[in-house]
Ligand binder design. Structure first.
Ligand code: SAM
Length: 237
């Protein structure tokens, strides 16, 4: 998969793209992430990428021309089928969106700054607008990293044991079950016996039940499309 990220601050992204699972995925060529500095596409002497908002008001707005030129410059290496603005006004990111985007061969992510984008970029340049949550950051670089890291976990070979992705929260719609590691007793708190007895069917059942328990307590809105077995487990809780 190839992801082109357009930003005014590539240095925010460079470090995180070099380390851990993301760094390895890029090193192994499972994922290509290319950074483009939007300022390189400003044509005036001062390399201006923003201007005052029409109608007045605080802050500056990102101009159309450098954004359009930066995206168009990628047409040789990116299909430009999915051009995504990171924006608090976008659809809120969830695992279903991550899954959908991970199935596409290439993406363009555009990071805003200042008061955000001229609306014509949303109308005529972007195919999607995505928000990472109902709060406002100063730029789209961290949201872009959130999206890239979530996408990378869906790509075969990035997380060594894909089963660990399959048991993550949201993978099958529920929150994940609680987890424990050694020692079996810590400050008087015990690890559930079932996890230590090697009975894999019992462990699977316990995990599903605990995932249902946590989801019902914390995110009941996620309890949809339950199987009969899920319903039975919920009734037992
Ligand atoms: N004036 C904009 C508004 O009210 O919607 C906020 C602009 S914000 C200060 C600057 C940039 O940060 C945005 O253009 C966007 O790229 C990014 N950003 C901020 N919060 C975000 C969020 N929750 N999700 C995605 N991007 C966000």
């Amino acid at each position: 998969m190839r992801i082109d990220i357009l930003t005014l601050f590539p240095e925010i992204l460079e470090g995180p793209l070099r380390v851990s699972l993301l760094g390895k995925a890029i090193e192994q060529g499972i994922l290509t992430v290319a950074l483009t500095n939007i300022r390189d596409f400003a044509t005036d002497r001062h390399r201006t990428v923003d201007d005052e908002p029409y109608g007045g008001g605080a802050g500056m707005v990102m101009k159309c021309a450098p954004l359009f030129a930066a995206v168009e410059s990628l047409s040789d290496c990116n299909s430009l089928d999915r051009v995504i603005l990171l924006s608090p006004r976008g659809r809120r990111l969830d695992q279903a969106i991550v899954r959908d985007l991970a199935a596409t061969p290439d993406l363009v992510l555009i990071c805003g700054r200042y008061e955000g984008f001229d609306e014509r970029a949303a109308q005529a340049l972007a195919t999607d607008e995505i928000s990472i949550g109902d709060y406002v950051l100063s730029g789209g670089e961290l949201p872009a990293l959130v999206l890239v890291e979530a996408l990378s976990r869906m790509l075969p070979g990035v997380v060594g044991d894909f089963e660990s992705v399959e048991t993550d929260s949201f993978y099958d719609g529920l929150l994940g079950p609680p987890q424990y590691t050694r020692p079996p007793v810590f400050r008087g708190m015990e690890t559930p016996e079932v996890l230590r007895n090697g009975n894999h069917a019992a462990i699977r059942r316990w995990r599903r039940k605990e995932a249902l328990r946590a989801t019902r307590a914390r995110r009941p809105d996620l309890l949809v499309n339950l199987t009969k077995e899920d319903q039975r487990l919920l009734d037992e809780i």
